[in-house]
Design a protein around this ligand. Structure first.
Ligand SMILES: [Zn+2]
Length: 299
């Protein structure tokens, strides 16, 4: 026996039962009217698997309606395998590898990973450090912008601002077009509680906004400093190192249009890193609701 021998990874009925238990922990909810009371199963040879009927609005639905899995023709047990692989691989898993493992086309695998990234995207925007703890903020550069000549400096690279709440261990990343006070200060203001102890490097764009917090400690990397006591950015640098190894090693090509989804994936795995793989997968699957992607279906 291994974790991959579980029935819901192979059997479609078991896969539906598993997903229903995750999405509807206290019983089915009608995605059309939000009612729970008068839902019955539609059985019979011609009925779709998992089909339910809502006695309140008299509409039909399955657990996939209104989720990133809606109108996908990929069997649900393969979705569960894909979710498990993506959630349990520290640096991610490429669509090429998923295409070979799941025996779906590359294009399908690509769409599946993007939908799962969407499921991983956190709906929690509450500020970090609300308990008066330390929040590290830093930026990193990745890849290459289209049409921008490669020069010294970082102009031609994609820019990401990330925050790590040292207390909860959660990470949150935002893709920005430019790095300056105008772009960075609002991100810090919106995502960090006033009670927090802000930890950054010496970059200019943190100076003014830093005064709005209970404390702001700056590490002077330029003068070879790595930190003094609680004043350090080592946690966020650890996060960036996982992110960079994943982006370089697994996701070699990533367009600007999709970078925020990759960030959501790395934020999610990092934030949930203390859970077991199976639990982390269930958390991701619980996030499929209300996030249907409207781009073209490949299948
Ligand atoms: Zn209904």
């Amino acid at each position: 026996m291994s974790i991959l021998s579980q029935r819901f990874f192979h059997d479609e009925d078991a896969a539906f039962a598993k997903l229903e238990s995750i999405v509807w922990p206290i019983g089915p909810v009608c995605p059309h009217c939000g009612c729970m009371g008068r839902i019955s199963e539609i059985k019979g040879k011609s009925a779709r698997r998992g089909l339910k009927f809502c006695g309140d609005c008299r509409k039909q639905f399955t657990v996939k309606v209104g989720t990133v899995f809606e109108s996908s023709h990929v069997p649900l047990h393969k979705w569960l395998q894909a979710a498990y692989l993506l959630c349990s691989s520290k640096k991610g898993i490429s669509s090429h590898q998923l295409h070979r493992i799941l025996e779906v086309t590359y294009k399908t695998a690509w769409f599946m990973t993007h939908r799962l990234r969407e499921a991983m995207r956190s709906g929690d925007f509450s500020p970090f450090g609300s308990d008066g703890g330390a929040v590290e903020v830093d930026e990193t550069f990745i890849g290459r912008k289209k049409g921008v000549p490669v020069r010294h400096g970082y102009e031609h690279k994609h820019k990401v601002v990330s925050l790590v709440d040292r207390e909860s261990g959660k990470a949150r990343s935002i893709v920005v077009d430019q790095l300056n006070t105008k772009t960075v200060a609002p991100i810090v203001r919106e995502n960090v509680a006033k009670e927090a102890h802000l930890m950054t490097d010496e970059a200019k764009h943190y100076v003014k906004v830093g005064r709005e917090f209970a404390d702001h400690k700056r590490v002077y990397h330029g003068s070879g400093e790595y930190g003094r006591g609680e004043a350090h950015t080592n946690t966020i640098e650890g996060f960036f190192s996982i992110f960079k190894r994943g982006m370089k090693g697994i996701y070699q090509h990533c367009g600007e249009r999709h970078l925020h989804r990759y960030m959501a994936e790395f934020d999610f795995r990092y934030s949930e890193r203390k859970c077991a793989d199976a639990e982390r997968t269930e958390t991701a699957l619980a996030g499929i609701k209300g996030k249907r992607l409207y781009y073209r279906q490949p299948e």
